[in-house]
Design a protein around this ligand. Structure first.
Ligand code: FPP
Length: 263
């Protein structure tokens, strides 16, 4: 039922985009931009409830905002963006909410496909795809195939993703290679480990953002954020618009990144 309100919601989102002028976006774009930004999309449910709406309304607004923020990120020059849309732990939620969250990406892929092509964005889904509903698996295959040749920003959507599961799978793959003689134990380096994670080939996560006030990582990209700058904001995901992303990037640019060394 919520899906029928599509165009109205779109207009609402566009009209509520902040127009702050104090941010010098042109200057921010001339400074080092994080190559890979990961975002924990939190706060949709609370955002909706604060407005007297069902939680699903918040997820729908959250989905619309993913389209907005991904386009901004691509234009800003971010090389890769990984978004946490459904964790391996989210199956514990009420059945109707889970069902809604399983349908939402299908609509998202359909609506966003023309923009992805126009912006040259390559979309990939990470997580245990085989456990997702068949209809969603088919939609994932379609969007990955359609955008597979795009050479611009890589947009990774984490669906049924859990970092500990990802690490277990990586260990099993590497152990199998050692057991079958394809690799020696001494060959195991951080590069080998990264090559067996779902983010293989992506730049390291430079900036990890979590919206909506919580200050935890919730089993997201545990290996990959070893040297990420962490950015927590009280803004709920549906309100995290262009200016909010620029503010996070500006804060990243102010940080002194030493990677364990001394300047
Ligand atoms: C976590 O907190 C958020 C989720 C489990 C869902 C996030 C999903 C979206 C933003 C939609 C994205 C869709 C696509 C296809 C990319 P919560 O929102 O349940 O918030 P709460 O902590 O306020 O309850």
């Amino acid at each position: 039922m919520l899906f029928k309100k599509k165009s109205k919601l779109k207009n609402k989102t566009a009209s509520t985009t902040p127009t702050t002028t104090s941010l010098d976006k042109a200057h921010i774009r001339t400074q080092p931009i994080p190559r890979h930004v990961a975002i924990i999309l939190d706060g949709n449910g609370r955002w909706a409830q604060e407005r007297g709406k069902p939680r699903m309304f918040g997820h729908q607004e959250g989905m619309i905002n993913v389209k907005h923020v991904a386009a901004v990120a691509s234009k800003m020059g971010i090389e890769a963006m990984t978004l946490y849309a459904f964790s391996t732990e989210n199956w514990k939620r009420a059945a109707d909410e889970v069902a809604f969250l399983m349908k939402l990406p299908i609509r998202f892929f359909d609506e966003f496909a023309p923009v992805l092509m126009e912006l040259n964005i390559k979309m990939e889904i990470i997580g245990k795809k085989s456990e997702l509903p068949k209809e969603l698996q088919k939609a994932i295959m379609r969007i990955e195939e359609m955008t597979g040749g795009n050479t611009g920003m890589r947009l990774m959507i984490a669906l049924n993703y859990g970092s500990q599961d990802e690490i277990i799978s990586m260990v099993a793959q590497v152990a199998t290679k050692v057991k079958t003689g394809q690799m020696n134990i001494d060959d195991i380096t951080s590069t080998v480990i990264e090559d067996h994670l779902l983010t293989a080939g992506l730049p390291p996560v430079d900036l990890m953002i979590r919206t909506s006030g919580e200050r935890r990582i919730s089993n997201f990209l545990l290996w990959q954020i070893a040297y990420s700058e962490l950015y927590f904001t009280d803004t709920a995901w549906p309100d995290f618009k262009e200016d909010a992303l620029y503010e996070a990037v500006a804060e990243f640019q102010r940080r002194d990144r030493r990677f364990g060394g001394i300047k």
